[in-house]
Design a protein around this ligand. Sequence first.
Ligand SMILES: Cc1cc2nc3c(=O)[nH]c(=O)nc-3n(C[C@H](O)[C@H](O)[C@H](O)COP(=O)(O)O)c2cc1C
Length: 327
Amino acid sequence: MSYPLSIAPMLDRTDRHYRYMMRQITAKTLLYTEMITAAAIIFGNKERHLNYSEVELPLAIQLAGDNPKQLAEAAVIAKKWGYSEINLNVGCPSGRVQNANFGACLMAKPKLVAELVSTMKDAVNLPITVKHRIGIDELDSYDDMKVFVEALLLAKVDRLTIHARKAWLSGLSPKANRNVPPLRYNEVYKLKEEIPELMIEINGGIITLAQAKEHLQYVDAVMIGRAAYDNPFMFLEADAEFFGVQARAKTRREVIEAMCQYIDELREKDVYLSYISKHMLKMFTAIPGAKAWRRHISENSHKKGAGSEVILQAMAFIPDEILEARV
Ligand SMILES: Cc1cc2nc3c(=O)[nH]c(=O)nc-3n(C[C@H](O)[C@H](O)[C@H](O)COP(=O)(O)O)c2cc1C
């Protein structure tokens, strides 16, 4: 199964509540978990790390690790849990992740990453994909990237997601590493041209579905991160535009009402409103009522016993024509 559009894995953002919300907006876009270490899955609380709602499928789990045996074991567990795909993080530049020998620093070790991929492929019959950077530190030429990619090709990786900017492993924070190094889309396009049999997804700095469509002229798929968090409703058009779905998109009101139902169900299981509502704050920006929406939710979600009524009250600040619009 191939997905021309996905929403990027983002720590502290793409948790199960955010993903449930995005599923009310787009049924088809591939979703990712936050990054989870293989060890956390094997030795940690599996329910807490792995549970999700069926509606979130198709859902890729993103693993971090450098130990083939552990990653294979985590992949087997993830498969049992019903995940659609296993993705390996080779893009995170944070110091903590580097110290553990995970993430972007693995770009310097193509042989090891190839071994991680092939060990997971032997262990589970699921797509095994890798998300990486265009380069790291001084290892940042097109040819360096190609050496890395060719090793993964031999390991029969099922898709590469390439964040089209390099990462500096020291001197730049993870946040700066998402903004400062320039985007180099052309090198991702070139890779697809030179290795057409490899499924390639492009990522980095893409903020509209129209831009995503443009990229699809050159690569197989597009991953959107921050914009998907800052403007979730932009995905209302995704199913029709990228997956050929004929059915009408939901209205914003329908999405919010579905979230209220979800909130009510989880309140009965003692899940606090704020865990869910924090992902809803950016549903509206730069429209009349957006500020009041955010303020009402921020000020009231933490109150004892708060539930979906807080969201319904906030919705009253948003004009009907926006709530009812068909995208
Ligand atoms: C808050 C935040 C957390 C992130 N966490 C992860 C992560 O867990 N795994 C990962 O591969 N990338 C992570 N990223 C990077 C994104 O997946 C993506 O590659 C990056 O934001 C560039 O895409 P964008 O310009 O569309 O946001 C994170 C980004 C942000 C903003």
